[in-house]
Ligand binder design. Structure first.
Ligand code: ASP
Length: 203
């Protein structure tokens, strides 16, 4: 049987952004660091995935954009890559690194079109990778925890320790690290100490 894998798809965004110095929070360039570079910044991610599931991480760069510039060709490439991952029996789950500006649109699109029975976990950051305390690496770790959880399914967004369902999530803040809300529906759950506390069902 083929080696099980968690597929990490990179699309750009602030999570892959670079500033001129560690205190620059605006005017930085989104979509600069490759998805392989993002993984290299969290060396324990592979160990966590292997320890919990036996799966290896497989990184694939789909795009390298500021997600305010999201367009149909990128969405089509992403849909095709996620569909291929869902159909591959060796793929356990997928993680997508994405900018926050159109994260909710991408999440909704993937859920509406693919209705996955595996977990498709979108994650992001509000600070560029060069920040003094970047939020991308912990968000990537939380996304991997969700992806490695038995029974996790559907398209979800993981940001600042909160798990949002694709149909409810909205960006509600321009600067806060916890920039997303699920409104009245509430989040699906929380990632706490590398474990999950679920308060609703998966999408
Ligand atoms: N403009 C960036 C993007 O959407 C913002 C972010 O990722 O937080 O790619």
């Amino acid at each position: 049987m083929a080696q099980e894998k968690i597929v990490i798809l990179g699309t750009g965004g602030t999570i892959a952004g670079q500033a001129q110095n560690s205190t620059q929070g605006v005017g930085y360039k989104a979509g600069q660091i490759s998805v392989a570079g993002l993984l290299a910044a969290v060396p324990d991610l592979s160990q966590l995935a292997a320890g919990r599931t036996g799966a290896v991480l497989d990184a694939l760069q789909i795009a390298q954009i500021d997600s305010k510039d999201m367009d149909w060709p990128v969405w089509r490439s992403l849909l095709q890559a996620v569909k291929a991952g869902l159909e591959d029996t060796a793929t356990r789950a997928l993680v997508i690194t994405h900018g926050t500006d159109t994260l909710e649109e991408t999440a909704w699109l993937l859920q509406a079109v693919l209705q996955p029975t595996k977990a498709v976990v979108l994650t992001c950051a509000m600070r560029p990778s060069t920040a003094l305390a970047p939020d991308g690496p912990p968000n990537m770790l939380d996304a991997a925890v969700v992806a490695a959880t038995p029974g996790a399914r559907g398209v979800v967004v993981v940001c600042a320790g909160v798990i949002h369902g694709a149909q409810d999530v909205q960006k509600v803040h321009t600067w806060r690290l916890d920039a997303f809300s699920s409104g009245d529906a509430g989040p699906i759950g929380y990632v706490e100490q590398n474990g999950l506390r679920l308060v609703r069902n998966w999408p």
